[in-house]
Design a protein around this ligand. Structure first.
Ligand code: SF4
Length: 268
């Protein structure tokens, strides 16, 4: 896939043009101390440019891909009712993409493919972005993720030295770039290495933070459970644990700290 470079203001202008042509553009906006998904306007893009925030918006991306309310039929028209409009989601993070993969699997798999979700996804351009400042609660590296997208996007943006390094990830993304080729140029070697360096730094910091937090967590768990492996609390709690954790813990064997710890203690 291609690695290109574009001015942030030029990319914001492309989004503004898309809004004028009737596309809904969503991006994270600062709301108090958090970042939240908001529909961008030509004014907001003009005022705040392409600020994408340090990491994911506080709401899940599901609300945009699969809205809780929508028209599914029109009695007086042929077909399934209103077609969803075009949408561009800008600033989707790697963990949001993991969630989208789950939604795609559920709603796009036969035999129960959801035609409304499929139509919406078909008309949606997913523009992801690298995380530049993970939150205190971020732990994607602990579950084999990374603070930068590796798959599932149409375009990915990495902020490097005041410009955006853009990676295409799908045919849809390539078509978008092709339609505005004059705004993009190939990423330079400095931009390529700048992106890798920034990614390495953010990932290393997040890994170190997650490791120290989980070591602390494991120490606390060990302190509480040591010498109490056969305590009555485990037998009392086990049925509830079994009902939430499923077959893996639902054997008739009495639960102890060691059997419960299969789900209580995270991997090192
Ligand atoms: S750092 Fe990881 S967990 Fe945090 S928003 Fe980015 S991808 Fe998600």
């Amino acid at each position: 896939m291609a690695l290109l470079s574009v001015e942030a203001t030029s990319f914001a202008r492309l989004l503004t043009d898309a809004i004028r042509e009737g596309t809904d553009v969503y991006k994270p906006e600062p709301v108090g101390e958090r970042w939240a998904w908001r529909r961008a306007t030509t004014e907001s893009l003009g005022a705040s440019g392409l600020s994408l925030g340090p990491a994911r918006a506080s709401e899940p991306v599901k609300g945009l891909a699969f809205p809780p309310r929508g028209q599914v039929a029109d009695f007086f028209k042929k077909g399934d009712g209103a077609e969803p409009g075009k949408a561009i989601l800008v600033g989707v993070r790697a963990c949001d993409l993991a969630a989208l993969r789950v939604l795609d699997h559920i709603f796009l798999s036969e035999p129960f493919r959801d035609p409304h979700y499929a139509a919406r996804r078909e008309r949606m351009l997913v523009v992801s972005a690298d995380c530049t400042g993970p939150y205190e609660v971020c732990f994607c590296t602990f579950v084999e993720g990374a603070p930068h997208p590796t798959a599932g996007y149409d375009l990915n943006l990495s902020e490097v030295a005041g410009r955006l390094v853009v990676e295409t990830g799908s045919e849809k993304g390539e078509k978008f770039v092709e339609a505005h080729r004059g705004e993009f140029r190939d990423a330079s070697d400095v931009e390529r290495s700048g992106r890798e360096e920034a990614r390495r730094k953010v990932q290393a910091e997040l890994e170190a933070k997650v490791r120290s937090q989980l070591l602390d967590f494991k120490d606390k768990v060990r302190h509480i459970t040591r010498g109490r492996e056969e305590h009555a609390v485990w037998a009392a709690r086990a049925p509830r644990i079994a009902s939430s954790a499923g077959p893996a813990t639902s054997s008739a064997r009495p639960a102890t700290a060691s059997t419960c710890s299969t789900w209580r203690t995270p991997r090192a």
